[in-house]
Structures are given as C-alpha cells and as structure tokens.
Design a binder for this molecule. Structure first.
Ligand code: BG6
Length: 530
C-alpha cells in the first residue's frame, strides 16, 4: 500500500494476561532429530517453551535418527550448535541450556526397520522410569521425508509404542505429528489418511501446517468474529475481491530435489494458501472447538468451484524465476539451482482466481498467488471493498480513489491495516463540490500494540500438541478437501507442459501473465512493502 498517513492502533485497555496452559508431562520423540526441521524449528521452539516455563518438569526429548556414531552427548552438542545458529534465539542462556541439555537423549534407528523400534522402546522406558504410569505420555514427531511416513506409522503401531487410544482423555496419551506434505495428490492423501486412521484415532493425529501457528492467521477469526463491525460487510454485497499473497524472497535454497517433486502448488497452495482462504471465507463456528472450527473450514473448501481443463487456462498462471537481483545481489534462476534439472518445467510461482459458490461469496473473486524469489517476503490477506456507488466530491476524478482495503499481514510486521479516504485539510477549497480527498491508513502492529513479537509458529503448535489442542491442525477431511481444490490444477499442468514456460526475473513481483490474469477483471495486484 502506498502513501497515506499512519494512525497507530494501541490496545484501548490493559491487555488481560492470557490463560497460559502448561504442557502435560511427556516425552517428545523426534524422528529425524538431526535433520533440518529439527535443528531449525523444533529445538528453538523447545528452548523457548522451557524459557517460558511451559513444559512440565519431567519433559524429555528423545532424538531418533539413522546416524550410528551419535550418543546422548554428541546429540546434545549438535543441538547446542543448532540453537546457537538459530535466528529465532538471540542469546542462548547458559543455565537454561544446562537444564535443557539434561533432558535430551538420543537413539539411533533405521525407522523403516521394525526391529529397531524395540531399541527405541527400551530407551523410552529408561527415560520415563521416574514418571508414574499415567504420565508416560508420548508425542512422536515425524520430522522426516514423506517417503518414510508410511513405514514409520506402521512400525510405531505394530511395535506397540503408539497404541490406538479410544478417547482423547485416555492417559497416558500417545500423539503423532505428521509434517507436510500430506500426500502428493488427492488419491495419495486419501491413502495416507486411511493408513493412519486404521492405526491411530483422529484425536491422536496432528497434521501440521505451520501457517496455522502464525499469530495473524489465528487473528483472522478473532478479527472477523469478535468485532461486530466486520461481519455484516463480510460478503459479496460489500467485498469486491480478496487477494491472498504468500511471497517469498528466498529461492529453493538447498531443497532443489524436494522442490522438483513438489513445485509451488503442492508446496504452498495445497496447505498454507488453502488455510488462509478457508479462514477468510468460512462461516462462524458455533463454538471455538477444534471440530467446530474445522467443520466450517471443510464446508467452505467444499464450496470452492472446481477447476476444470476448460477453466484453468483463464484462471491460473504458472511461472519460473530467471536470474535477477535481490537486494542488489545477483541470484541465479531456478534452472541453475542445485539439484534442479536444466530443462525443468516445475513452477516456482502460481497465481489462481478462485470462486466460492455459496450464499456469502457468489461472484467474489479470490486471487491467490505465491512464489519464490519475489520482491519481498510478504504474506497477507487483503480484502478489498466495493467503491461507493456515487462520488460527489468534484476535486477527485471518479476512479482515482483507493477502495477501502483491510489487510491482514501475516508476516512480516504482523498486524492489520485499514485504509480509508479523508478530506485533505485546508480551507482553500471554496466549493465543497471540489473537496480534495486522500487515502490514510489505520495501522495496527502486534509489536507496537503489545510490545512483543508473536511466538514462532512451531512454538505455538508444539505446545498445542502437548496440551491436546487440535484446532490449529488439519483434520483428515480438511486435507482431502484442500486437495480436491488443488488436484485438478496439478493434474492439468502435469499433462500440459508449457511450450514456453512463463518466467519472471528474481526480485520482481512475478510474471506478466499474472498481471494479465487479474487486470482482465479491472483489478491490480497489490505490491506490499517487505
Ligand atoms: C514451507 C515450504 O511449508 O513454507 C517452504 O515448504 C516455504 O518452501 C515455507 O519456504 C514458507 O514458510 P514461512 O513461514 O517462511 O512463510
């Protein structure tokens, strides 16, 4: 958003201290403990939870990985290094690290090999020995590539380490966290759901989408349903369109191999963008329970108009980044990245126009876009309202006004802003019919209003699993409903390789084709500041 005055929003009253809940006593078993996710996200999250006294005194971590030569001590050294290089933690506190270090254990295992689970079980018994039986809760976190999900869930179940529990309040509890991607198509997601739900109950299964752990994503529901000013206008009568952007400035980094298999649609649309879409468009749930919220999300995903081979060419654009400049530095194009085929046609950018065929949203386009190596790292949901039906302020040419836009900034600078028109001050204008008007922004940022930045998503989500709060995790039918929206697009694009892949220079806002897609409707993409 450009121009405009900034009016800060501050909490009008003292903020109530939140209802802080501590995690149940448990052992967190990380499969893939020496991998990237564990080092970059899970360990820092555990450290922060300990710092905030949110884990139980008997909380332990058992890291499991293939690597043989490791011991508890070498694992602890590795994890200390991981914390030191984490950009989520400023200074590692020596005392706190001492405390955490004592709680870290290691076990080497080939997770595809059933026998190795006995060894894991023995280590778990040692670790849990000082805890009463009913507190021997276990959280198995699959921070591993999807190719081994299946083998692991089977082995976990068959080894008896993770028995199915009948009710969510059974103690000790056993929970399994499954990382994305959950399947590579609707069919494989259904197969994985069948397998997992044949072994564990839904209440034991936590499918992660880390976007749901982000503060603003959760705030979408509060903003919509805890304020009476928005909901009456949250519909086709008042809203012209919605733009959902998840732009990244990074390229594929070290993940070329994975990305070649995934592409932007599987990597970002099927999960993160579908979550943002469903929270923006869903109906109010009767209560804020996990199932009530997820029921509404599923309903709205099921109302998204199916894309078909006939409609896709007019409603979706894919592209790949070419070399360009990011922050003044030259960066390579996608096909020059490590582990990427020089003739790859995998999209690193996509833009899609979707319609939701229900009472509230008929006729309102939802434009979604995501890409790597875009100008800034920005994720936001921008709701653009209709312009007034008639303008009588002659100082302003019709059409020059900015329509009111409510922007929910997911990152960076999490917050919400609303722009509206005001009269430019001054008495110089003699004729009221020639009043000059200008847009201003009313801006709320979490950092300014609450003096703190939001907790990283993994911290929120890990705590939720340890508490048993499933609202921010994707239910089986929700994953499938999201795949139902996305699968036709993937299939169509796989079957129709482009003769010439549309491109965009790294550091730009995407391909010309994406601009054309939206401009056909007389609309422009926003260019949010980073
Ligand atoms: C992950 C994708 O799910 O989300 C990555 O696999 C992407 O490719 C990342 O970079 C973006 O997450 P965030 O939190 O940095 O916006």
């Amino acid at each position: 958003m450009t121009g405009g005055t900034v009016i800060s929003a501050r909490p009008a009253t003292q903020v109530q201290s939140p209802n802080v809940r501590r995690a149940d006593p448990c052992t967190l078993v990380i499969f893939g403990a020496l991998g990237d996710l564990s080092r970059r996200k899970l360990l820092p999250a555990i450290y922060s939870l300990m710092k905030e006294h949110l884990v139980a005194d008997s909380f332990r971590v058992l890291g499991v990985s293939r690597e043989d030569g490791q011991t508890d001590d070498t694992f602890r050294t590795e994890m200390r290094k991981a914390l030191g290089s984490s950009d989520e933690i400023e200074d590692v506190d020596a005392d706190l690290w001492e405390e955490l270090c004592k709680r870290l254990f290691y076990c080497s295992a080939d997770l595809t090999c059933a026998e190795d689970y006995q060894r894991i079980g023995e280590r778990l018994k040692q670790i849990e020995a000082d805890r009463p039986e009913e507190q021997r809760n276990r959280l198995f976190y699959l921070a591993v590539p999807p190719s081994v999900f299946e083998a692991i869930v089977r082995n976990l179940s068959q080894s008896g380490l993770a028995p199915r529990t009948r009710t969510a309040d059974a103690r000790p509890w056993v929970r399994v966290v499954i990382e994305k991607p959950f399947g590579r198509s609707l069919e494989t997601a259904q197969q994985l759901n069948d397998l997992v739900l044949g072994l564990f109950a839904e209440h034991q299964t936590y499918r992660i989408d880390h976007y749901l752990g982000k503060e603003t994503v959760q705030n979408v529901l509060v903003l919509r349903f805890a304020n009476s000013i928005f909901e009456p206008i949250w519909n086709r009568q008042s809203i012209h369109h919605v733009q959902i952007t998840a732009a990244e400035s990074v390229g594929v980094e070290e993940r070329g191999r994975y990305y070649e298999e995934a592409g932007v649609v599987r990597d970002m649309f099927q999960n993160h963008l579908m979550q943002l879409l469903s929270l923006t468009a869903m109906e109010p749930p009767p209560v804020m329970t996990a199932n009530a919220v997820r029921d509404e999300k599923v309903k709205v995903l099921k109302s998204v108009r199916w894309m078909t081979p006939e409609t896709i060419p007019q409603n979706a654009v894919r592209a790949q980044y070419t070399p360009g400049a990011m922050a003044g530095k030259h960066v390579p194009g996608y096909t020059q990245e490590k582990d990427v085929a020089p003739d790859s046609t995998v999209p690193t950018f996509a833009a899609v126009r979707l319609y939701i065929d229900n009472w509230r949203w008929t006729g309102v386009p939802f434009y979604l876009r995501s890409g790597k190596r875009l100008k800034h790292r920005v994720s936001e949901i921008a709701v653009q309202f209709r312009t007034p039906p008639h303008l009588m302020f002659g100082g302003q040419p019709q059409g020059a006004m900015r329509p009111n836009t409510l922007v929910m900034r997911v990152q960076p600078n999490e917050g919400v802003s609303l722009n509206f028109e005001v009269k430019v001050p001054g008495a110089a204008v003699a004729l009221t019919s020639a009043i000059e008007i200008a847009p201003v922004d009313m801006d709320f940022t979490y950092a300014e209003a609450f003096g703190e930045v939001a907790a990283p998503a993994y911290e929120t989500l890990l705590l939720d699993v340890m508490i048993g709060e499933a609202t921010l995790f994707t239910r089986s039918d929700e994953v499938e409903a999201a795949w139902r929206v996305i699968d036709p697009l993937i299939q169509y694009w796989d079957a129709h390789k482009p003769k010439r892949m549309p491109t965009y220079a790294a550091g730009s806002w995407g391909p010309r084709e994406a601009d054309e897609l939206i401009e056909r409707d007389g609309v422009e993409w926003r260019e949010p500041a980073g």
